[in-house]
Ligand binder design. Structure first.
Ligand code: SF4
Ligand code: SF4
Length: 174
């Protein structure tokens, strides 16, 4: 990979800042939704005799889905600075191939997740958003691509602002 110029590097930092700001908004949205624990994790634990479950963390998504792009590399560096490298984590009887998945507490990454991990809501969760909260605008693939483009700097300014506003509007519905 070519060395980055000063302006490229500033551009990447600014994209990362936007990405993390969007991640904070999405995390607030997910906390308000508060779906996974009671509707999926707890029933799955019960079914599994209270042994840990992986739920939807079934792959090393950070490895399989992240783009080969300097901004993704910067996200990875910051993630590893804050939460350690994948190989720093090992769990007795792991239930997910993803090293960041603590079998008892779920994902270790309270921030700096990969776009796919951050955007994902399963079809059951999307159904619940529609049926019980009147939220029809959460399109998992759309959110995933928007997050990728925020990070790579390909999402036009106006779309970025509209995207942020749409997350805030959805969050107010709870
Ligand atoms: S997104 Fe769906 S599958 Fe994943 S933990 Fe939440 S409810 Fe479970
Ligand atoms: S990084 Fe977190 S959300 Fe993504 S697969 Fe691993 S444990 Fe799951």
């Amino acid at each position: 990979m070519e060395p980055e110029s000063v302006s490229e590097s500033a551009h990447i930092e600014s994209n990362l800042k936007r990405y993390l700001e969007t991640e904070r908004l999405l995390n607030t949205f997910f906390s308000a939704f508060d779906y996974c624990l009671s509707n999926c994790i707890q029933p799955a634990l019960q079914k599994n005799g209270h042994r840990p479950v992986a739920a939807c963390c079934t792959k090393k998504y950070y490895a399989s889905e992240d783009l080969d792009h300097p901004a993704f590399e910067r996200l990875r560096q910051e993630r590893e600075r804050l939460f350690g490298k994948p190989q720093d984590h090992s769990w007795p009887n792991p239930v997910s191939p993803c090293e960041y998945h603590n079998p008892f507490r779920g994902c270790l990454l309270s921030s700096h997740k990969s776009p796919i991990c951050l955007a994902f809501i399963c079809p059951e969760g999307i159904d619940c958003l529609r049926k019980h909260h009147g939220i029809y605008g959460y399109d998992y693939l759309g959110v995933y691509y928007a997050l990728e483009w925020i990070l790579t700097g390909d999402l036009p300014e106006q779309h970025y602002l509209e995207f942020k506003e749409s997350i805030i509007t959805m969050t107010k519905k709870f």
